[in-house]
Design a protein around this ligand. Structure first.
Ligand code: PLP
Length: 456
């Protein structure tokens, strides 16, 4: 018998103000003082403890070169340093209240390319489960250090970001042992539920008071495609909203089945994930991987260059730590879509920075090693090439039936081999599938409340 770990409902993650005030107070304190206090589960939210606002930055137009407002929601302030802790928690708590993932009985498996693995090792530490993170052996070293720090074991498979299929195969091997329970981010719907409900509604709140207060486009690069699900909720509220899925030009699986190595950690995993709602994806946009790494270096080290180009010095300084490589990819996708959709100063595009700079020092060291000389002159050139001069090439409109069919076929190719039936995959071709899955939030919230603090 163990005590059920005590954590928030979906509603309490979207609305921390609905949490018990005493819990909220302790959670705020723990956020500042002790990241391994289990009360931090209540800090899994996009909202700032102080004013209750969604943590975001509206990018300076001197950087984006477009009239539309690009609003970036900031994932680095979540416990463990990225919003991926949200889906990790949602998947674990759903399994827990369903009685399929039990503390003391199950070891948690977390297939990942990094941030989800960090999230899994973090919440399993807080909720007292043993965990194994299965990930490629060639990701940024900061990721392994964090996972070890939080106490999960690492099981490494060969390769890098786009070799995530090897991690899935390894997970399927380990899963044969009934003692192991998988938090399968690419396959399980809690990831969809968390992002559609918590991230989607937070995005809707984030644009209040900006431009026309609506969202014209949501741009996000799928790894698991969990974050992309925020778009489904945004589209419900603002039917004109276009959803753009971004992928590396070097691994253009969604555009044309292309497979290749790339440098944008966390996205472009050589597949159409099971939980990707193809029905609502309007555009697929390719972004060059090195543009993202160079863009990150411009923002992190090129404060003077940004200021020379008209960015407010305080804002330039404040942006240094806010983004990782995939955050820059999302920003570049948002700029492309603003140009493509010809959006004006009243229009808002929302995108996401999954994590911050803290896990990319080694990626920047590698860039500097490859480029030999990164002077202000070079940063100035990259500022223009990467941001302001972004063009509208490599945008695929996927609203037509033929484009959707191609994506459905990619999904079949990727998932029939893991034992999912054609019938199940076909059921995802209908909006009812997604609505039914989404509606389960209410039941899960009731179950989480009912089971809090009890023994199982
Ligand atoms: C750095 C980074 N960016 C983007 C993503 C993609 O997010 P999602 O899995 O929700 O599609 C991930 C996922 O792990 C990530 O780690």
């Amino acid at each position: 018998m163990s005590k059920i770990p005590f954590g928030p409902t979906y509603d309490e993650m979207l609305h921390p103000e609905h949490q018990d005030p005493a819990v909220r107070k302790l959670a705020e304190k723990a956020l500042r003082e002790n990241e391994l206090d289990p009360i931090n589960l209540f800090n899994i939210t996009w909202k700032n403890g102080g004013n209750g606002e969604v943590r975001k930055i509206v990018l300076p137009k001197a950087l984006t070169g477009v009239d539309a407002n690009i609003v970036v929601m900031l994932g680095k302030y979540f416990p463990s340093g990225s919003h991926k802790v949200g889906p990790a928690y949602a998947t674990l708590i759903e399994g827990c209240v369903d009685g399929t993932i039990l503390p003391g009985k199950h070891t948690i498996l977390g297939p990942s390319t990094g941030n989800f693995g960090i999230g899994v090792s973090y919440i399993t530490n807080l909720m007292k489960y043993d965990a194994i993170v299965i990930m490629p052996d060639n990701m940024s070293k900061e990721r392994y250090e964090r996972i070890r720090k939080y106490g999960a074991k690492l099981d490494l498979t060969p390769g890098s970001e786009s070799d995530v299929i090897l991690t899935l195969e390894r997970t399927y091997e380990l899963k044969k042992d009934p003692k192991n329970a998988t938090l399968a981010q690419f396959e399980l719907l809690p990831n969809y539920r968390f992002h559609r409900y918590v991230t989607g509604n937070s995005a809707i709140e984030a644009v209040k008071g900006i431009g026309n207060g609506r969202i014209a486009c949501f741009a996000s690069a799928p790894g698991s495609a969990g974050t992309l699900a925020a778009g489904d909720e945004i589209k419900k509220m603002f039917p004109e909203c276009k959803i753009a899925a971004l992928e590396p030009h070097e691994c253009s699986t969604l555009t044309n089945g292309g497979l290749g190595q790339h440098r944008i950690e966390g996205i472009g995993d050589k597949m159409c994930t099971l939980i990707h709602n193809i029905l609502t994806t309007d555009f697929i946009v390719q972004i060059h991987d090195d543009d993202c790494v160079r863009g990150l270096e411009v923002i992190h080290s090129g404060t003077d260059v940004l200021v020379q180009h008209g960015v407010d010095p305080k804002i330039a300084e404040s942006m240094k730590e806010l983004f990782g490589v995939s955050g820059i990819c999302n920003i570049l996708g948002a700029i492309k879509m603003a140009k493509y959709l010809k959006l004006g100063p009243n229009d808002n595009i929302v995108t996401i920075a999954t994590d911050g700079f803290d896990r990319y020092d080694s990626v920047i060291d590698n860039l500097r090693h490859r480029e030999l000389e990164v002077t202000d002159h070079v940063l100035d050139r990259w500022f223009s090439d990467v941001f302001v001069e972004t063009d509208t090439s490599r945008i695929l409109d996927t609203r037509g039936d033929a484009a959707k069919e191609k994506l459905f076929q990619q999904k079949e190719k990727d998932w029939l081999k893991f034992g999912y039936s054609k019938e199940y995959l076909d059921s995802m071709r209908h909006p009812e599938f997604w609505e039914k899955e989404y509606a389960k939030i209410k039941t899960y919230d009731e179950k989480i409340k009912a089971i809090r603090g009890k023994e199982i």
